[in-house]
Design a protein. Structure first.
Lengths: 134, 378
């Protein structure tokens, strides 16, 4: 039996398939919210009314990625991407902001791709409904 | 109201009681909406639901164009000809039921420049708008022509093909020709409604599917109740904030209607060309309640015979009586509402009222409470 171990979080641009990957900090937050409320009607009746359609978000932070990853993600703001994390979970969505933070304390031990610097990048993905072509 | 019985979205036949229960009794209700693009035959050309971002559907049964809609669509359409039909789907998370909410001619799209994809907020008008254009010339319907045939001929000439005509008065014909002179106000809609009024029919209206309907006028009090709103713990759909308005200004309690007299012939008389109605005891504007008789301005009308005169007079009188007491009531979403709905209300906080005519409503498509305007029938 072949076991596939995912140790990175992948982002692929849906229109081209181009991708970036990196290790993500632990504590990736996943939230779902629906527009609904419990209303009070005459006679004291309480009733839940919900509108179809949830707003889902998936948040993670890339740790110690090269500048090229930051720039690629920057160029994808607002575009449809597919995200797959280390648990194999997959999300389609878009992000509208990146929280980029330069890491300055790397020494000579850093891997080759980070000799020109390293960054942490926080991404808030808003999940959208997508039909995949087959 | 729309007939309640229909199939679920999965094709299961549901009774009126089941659909009513879904709308009224479900304690956790899920609401979604959709939008279709139609052609003039009301055939669906495309489903725009994936580009539809909601809006509002409104109906004012006393307005010239009864229905209006505000719809947000992220899609470029042929705005000059587009006909849009929004719909609402209610679900109890097990059974889902769809309700069409009328067909609207897209007009005045408002686009937000710079957005991608472009989002249009579209004002949609009742498909009656098609008929609400000036005639632009004198128009004559000849003697011997059937009233309903004349109405149908106008609709066909104007390109309307989706209509339903109740033929109860198919035999009523014009005894003399009638002409609408060239002026700036006359529209095809006015001519149709003049013809219908003359045979005791209600004004033409479009239904939930977008089909134009021509039907005899029935006194709302004589129609069966179509819905019951109450304030019970398990079934209440009435908001806690409800407003009552009573308007006594110039409220008449005596009406006189007469047909157009032939200058060379016999003059109309009561029972033969004249119809007088006095509200002696009904409601707070009656002669008994006000202590005096207040006569409305006598109205000259065109009616084919005395029963038609009485029918159209009664429609006007009913309207005058109803306008005296109105209620502005927010309720839970009820997409069955349509045109001049006759309902029953059992709410001790609103007083001892039971028979109500819904004259106006507004239904947000995002699942928010709808607002309704009601007139007291009795």
């Amino acid at each position: 039996m072949t076991i596939l171990t995912l140790d990175k979080t992948w982002v692929n641009l849906v229109t081209t398939g181009a991708g970036v990957a990196g290790k993500a900090a632990i504590g990736r937050a996943e939230d779902y919210t629906a527009a609904g409320d419990v209303r009070t009607y005459a006679g004291g009746r309480r009733r839940s009314v919900i509108s179809a359609g949830e707003v889902g978000t998936f948040k993670w932070q890339y740790r110690l990625v090269p500048r090229s990853t930051v720039d690629t993600l920057h160029s994808w703001i607002g575009q449809l991407v597919q995200v797959r994390d280390t648990r194999g979970r997959r999300f389609f969505g878009t992000f509208f902001a990146l929280a980029v933070e330069e890491v300055t304390m790397l020494g000579a031990w850093c891997p080759p791709e980070l000799v020109n610097g390293a960054w942490h990048v926080g991404v808030d993905l808003t999940v959208v409904t997508t039909d995949e072509g087959v | 109201m729309q007939p309640a019985a229909r199939n679920s979205t999965t094709g299961v036949a549901l009774t009126a009681a089941q659909v009513t229960s879904l709308i009224r009794d479900t304690d956790a209700l899920k609401i979604s909406t959709g939008l279709e693009l139609l052609d003039v035959t009301l055939t669906v050309l495309a489903d725009l639901t994936d580009w539809f971002n909601g809006g509002t559907v409104e109906r004012d049964s006393y307005a010239t164009l009864h229905g209006t809609a505000s719809l947000t669509v992220s899609q470029d359409l042929d705005w000059g000809t587009a006909i849009l039909r929004p719909y609402m789907v209610l679900s109890d998370f097990t059974t889902s039921v769809r309700f069409n909410l009328g067909a609207y001619l897209a007009s005045s799209p408002e686009a937000v420049i710079g957005e991608s994809p472009p989002t249009h907020t579209v004002s949609g008008f009742d498909i009656l708008l098609w008929l609400s254009t000036p005639v632009g010339e004198a128009y004559t319907v000849g003697a011997g022509t059937g009233y309903l045939a004349a109405v149908e001929a106008i609709m066909l000439a104007q390109g309307i093909v989706a209509y339903r005509i109740d033929q109860a008065r198919w035999d009523a014909t014009l005894t003399s020709s009638r002409t609408w002179v060239l002026n700036s106000q006359t529209t095809w809609l006015m001519i149709i409604n003049d013809l219908l009024q003359a045979i005791g029919y209600r004004g033409i209206y479009s239904d939930w599917d977008g089909i134009l309907r021509v039907e005899p006028y029935l006194n709302p009090s004589d129609r069966p109740s179509e819905w019951v709103y109450d304030a019970e713990a398990g079934t209440s759909m009435l908001d806690t904030h409800r407003v009552a308005v009573r308007d006594f200004f110039n409220a008449p309690n005596r009406w006189v209607f007469f047909t157009s007299p032939d200058p060379a012939g016999e003059q109309p008389m009561e029972g033969d060309g004249i119809y007088t109605f006095v509200n002696d005891r009904l409601g707070p504007t009656s002669v008994a309640a006000r202590g005096r008789t207040i006569t409305a301005v006598p109205q000259q009308v065109d009616a084919v015979d005395q029963p038609a005169l009485v029918a159209l007079a009664q429609a006007s009188i009913d309207a005058d009586l109803r306008l005296m007491t109105t209620y502005q009531i927010p309720t839970a979403p009820n997409p069955l509402h349509w045109h001049f709905d006759r309902i029953t209300v059992n709410d001790s906080m609103l007083g001892p009222l039971s028979d109500i005519l819904v004259t106006k409503w507004s239904l947000p498509l995002n699942g928010g409470n709808m607002s309704q305007e009601w007139s007291l029938l009795s």
